[in-house]
Every structure is written in C-alpha cells, then in structure tokens.
Design a protein around this ligand. Structure first.
Ligand code: MN3
Length: 200
C-alpha cells in the first residue's frame, strides 16, 4: 500500500486554545508528512508493501524493523490522533456504553483520567499514552517513539501523542497541562466509541 496524508478533519484553528493552528500546521503538514514520505520510501522494496497498515505495524515490530516501526507506526498513530480530537470535546460526558466499560474495567472515569494522564507524563522521552482493548477488556498503557499497542497484541481506541512536537509550541515543557487539556477539552468520544464497538 502507498501511504497518503489525509487533510485534517477540521480547520487548523478549530482546537484553539487547547491546540493552536501553529501546532497543527507543523504537526500535520511537516511531521506527519515526513512519516508518510519516509514510510513510502521504506516500503518501496519491502515484501510488506501489499499488506494493510495494521499488518505492517505488527510485522515490522516482529521483524524489529526500526524504520518501519517508527514511520509506518507513526502514520497509523497520527491518522487516528487527528480523529481522536474535536472542537468542544473531552470531559466526562462520554457515550453510555463507553462509560460503562470504563466503570467496570478501569474503576470509573476519574481513575481513567488520572491513569491516562499519568501514563503520558511518565512516558520517558517521546511516545504515546493509550486506552486499548485486549481480550474484550479496556486498559491504559504507554509506548515509546513510534510504537503502538497493535505491536503488543492490543487494539488502541484512544491515544495521545506526547512527543514534544505535539505540545511544545502551546505548553512549552508542561506536558501534564497538555495531557489535562487533551482529556478535558479535546477527546472525540464518538470516534473512541466507534473504534471500541469494532472490537466487540
Ligand atoms: Mn506526532
């Protein structure tokens, strides 16, 4: 498959003041674009080229192919990341089905919020904080660099990019503030539910 960069699902200034147009311009147009370009170059002569994005993530990790793990992994991660946010998103009012699963699997919304933020804060260096489904159960986790939960046998239904390029323009070194804003004001819970339902 050939990787392509889709347009953002909203205007560049739609997530302001929680995520600025400047951040989205750099993050989407430069950083995500670079993963697409590098990923396509790496896939050109690879036997994995005919596989789905998800299959390439899993196979690249199994083969310890760092170039593909990071570039194709990041392409997958960012495709979803743009959709994991929306204007006036976040907060406690999530779809009932998801709220119920968070109650039974993660000890309730407040504990999920604290654990998800903590996962992002404690990811040393670049990486991601995740809400995943594995064997029908929700879990909070984190991964380094371009890796994602697919590589560890789980399905991500929510992820927050904690690479500095994701927050440094708006929050400088205050990663916890960025994670709080993401959870409280940006999460697109409808998209999280859509991905959750696909795992059931
Ligand atoms: Mn990023």
């Amino acid at each position: 498959m050939s990787l392509t960069l889709p347009a953002l699902p909203y205007a560049y200034d739609a997530l302001s003041p929680y995520m600025s147009a400047e951040t989205l311009e750099f993050h989407h147009d430069k950083h995500h674009m670079a993963y697409v370009t590098n990923g396509n170059n790496l896939l050109k002569d690879s036997p994995l080229a005919g596989k789905s994005l998800e299959e390439i993530c899993v196979a690249a990790f199994a083969e310890k192919n760092a170039g593909l793990i990071n570039n194709v992994g990041q392409h997958y991660n960012h495709l979803h990341f743009w959709n994991w946010m929306k204007k006036d998103g976040g907060g406690k009012s999530l779809p009932g089905k998801l709220a119920k699963a968070i109650d039974s699997d993660l000890g309730g919304y407040d504990k999920f919020r604290a654990d998800f933020i903590q996962a992002g804060v404690t990811q040393f260096g670049s990486g991601w904080a995740w809400l995943t489904v594995k064997d029908g159960k929700l879990a909070v986790s984190k991964t380094a660099n371009g890796e994602n939960p697919l590589m560890y046998g789980a399905t991500p239904i929510l992820g927050c990019d904690v690479w500095e390029h994701s927050y440094y323009i708006d929050y400088r070194n205050m990663r916890p503030k960025y994670l709080e804003a993401f959870v409280d004001s940006l999460i697109n819970w409808d998209y999280v539910l859509e991905l959750y339902e696909k795992t059931l």
